[in-house]
Design a protein around this ligand. Sequence first.
Ligand code: C2E
Ligand code: MG
Ligand code: MG
Ligand code: MG
Length: 289
Amino acid sequence: AAKAGGRGQYRFYSSDLKDGAKNRHQIEEDLRDAIDNHQLAMHYQPLVCSKTHMVKGCEALMRWTHPERGEISPADFIPVAEEIGIIRQMGEWALNEVCRQAMSWPVELRVAVNVSAMQFSQDDFPSVVKSALAESGLAPHRLELEITESVFLGDTGRTQRMFGELKAIGVRLALDDFGTGYSSLSYLRNAPFDKIKIDQSFVRGATEEGSNNAAILSAIVSLANALEMETVAEGVEAKDELDLVTQRGATLIQGHIFSRAIPSEDFLERLKEGKLKYEPLGPDKYRAA
Ligand code: C2E
Ligand code: MG
Ligand code: MG
Ligand code: MG
């Protein structure tokens, strides 16, 4: 699991990448060329309304298909990309690719992109976002940026300025993996988040007897409601988990119970076939959704 080692811990030697320094070096070299070699792709996982089960948006998740090793998990290669300093190029590629693909869909859906704390700390990040929007023509309110609590470890003034610049562009902000970082509730005071994503570790096992997770879910949901932020329950796999997070008031559901992350064409196909039913954003609804 991506979060097994805790956030901020590098996982170089886990699973796919465990066979030593030589391989690690090779992986780094291969990752440097992954964009140019067209080995990266963005896949999309729907977020559905907990009440209607209609698709309200999706999250873009990066996939790397290595020519010899096959699919490598982003939980493994994103930390490597951060370490060797190529996360900015990868993140910029992802933003452009996602905006371009979202524009090619005949549906008005919102799409979320993960932003690494390292990208977020770059002064030119807002202009990267602006140019991805300008070049694709995607409306700013259709783009959501997912950041984690780790951005608050940086310079406070700079972080606040970054929030201001991004909100001025008109994109939405989501706080990802809520509850797993170096959490302090104080930063919620001034951060203009539209959405809080409740980490899947609170969903998993929440239906088991004696688990405190259900109580934590409720508390996060009421905090978010009071702050007028939406909530997403991440990683919902089973029917009893779906029932529980719905009953606890999460606004949106994301998880394998509805769909895994799938390529853009497949996502479109399912929408067309009606296997995934969607609700268009509409001009006035985007604030509430
Ligand atoms: P995340 O942003 O928290 O993304 C959610 C992760 O949960 C995804 O893992 C998704 O496939 C997985 N997931 C969704 N539903 C379920 C479920 O029902 N059960 C289980 N077990 N897992 C579920 P994925 O795609 O492996 O990505 C892992 C992490 O890698 C992401 O966590 C994010 O932190 C990072 N990541 C992925 N794509 C990008 C990217 O383009 N840029 C950056 N900076 N980070 C990315
Ligand atoms: Mg995310
Ligand atoms: Mg998450
Ligand atoms: Mg995550």
